[in-house]
Design a protein around this ligand. Structure first.
Ligand code: FMN
Length: 186
C-alpha cells in the first residue's frame, strides 16, 4: 500500500474478533514502531504487550483503580471496567522515557514515542488489522503505570487495542481539511 494512501484511508476500528494474533505479527508492529524518528538516539519508547491473561490482570488493576476513584459506583461498573481490556486479543501499552540526562527533553521523548504510536496504527492497517488508540483515566493512574512496570511520573501515551477486524468500514470517511488549522507565512 502506498504510504500516502494508508495515511488517508486508515481509520480506527474498535470492534475486533477474539482470535489471537501470531507473535510474528505482533513483532512486525513493534518493529514498525521503532522506525520512528527520535532525537539523540535515545529510543525513548517503551512497549508493554498484553495478551491472554495479561489483559485480565490489566482489567483487574483497572477495576481496582476505578473503585478507588468511584467507590460508590455499582458492582456492574467495576465489572465493566475489568472487561475493557478483553475487547481485543492484543493490547500494546506505549510509554515514553523520562529524560536521563540534561540535554534530553521530555517533550521530545513524548513526540518520538507518539510517532512510534502512529507507526503502530499504520502498520496494523497495512497488515489488515483493526486498531484503536485509547487512553482515559487508566493512562494517568500511577497504579496502572506501576502494574505496567513504569514509574508514576512516566508518560503513558495510551493503549493500542488491536485484532482482526470484525467488520470493514464500507467507505473511508474524509477528515476535515488542514485549512482552518494552518497559517502560511510567505
Ligand atoms: C492520544 C489519543 C487518545 C485517545 N483516546 C481515546 C479513548 O480513550 N477512547 C476512544 O474511543 N478514542 C480515543 N482516541 C480517538 C481514537 O483513537 C481515534 O483516533 C478517533 O476515534 C478518530 O478515529 P480515526 O483514527 O479513524 O480518525 C484517542 C486518540 C488519541 C490520539
Amino acid at each position: 500500500m502506498e504510504t500516502i494512501t494508508a495515511i488517508h484511508t486508515r481509520h480506527s476500528i474498535g470492534k475486533v474478533k477474539p482470535e489471537s494474533l501470531p507473535r510474528e505479527t505482533i513483532e512486525k508492529l513493534l518493529d514498525a514502531a521503532v522506525q520512528a524518528p527520535n532525537h539523540h538516539k535515545v529510543r525513548p519508547w517503551r512497549f508493554v504487550v498484553l495478551t491472554g491473561a495479561g489483559r485480565e490482570k490489566l482489567g483487574q488493576v483497572m477495576a481496582d483503580s476505578f473503585k478507588a476513584r468511584f467507590p460508590d459506583a455499582p458492582a456492574e461498573a467495576f465489572e465493566k471496567e475489568a472487561r475493557k481490556p478483553l475487547r481485543a486479543p492484543l493490547i500494546i501499552a506505549v510509554a515514553a522515557d523520562l529524560p536521563a540526562e540534561p540535554k534530553i527533553n521530555e517533550l521530545e521523548n513524548i513526540c518520538a514515542a507518539a510517532a512510534a504510536c502512529q507507526n503502530i496504527l499504520l502498520a496494523a492497517y497495512d497488515l489488515g488489522l483493526a486498531a484503536i488508540w485509547r487512553t482515559g483515566d487508566p493512562s494517568r493512574d500511577p497504579e496502572i503505570k506501576k502494574f505496567l512496570g513504569l514509574s508514576p511520573d512516566q508518560p503513558l501515551l495510551g493503549f493500542f487495542y488491536i485484532g482482526f477486524p470484525d467488520f470493514i468500514p464500507l467507505e473511508s470517511v474524509a477528515r476535515p481539511s488542514f485549512e482552518d488549522r494552518t497559517v502560511w507565512m510567505e
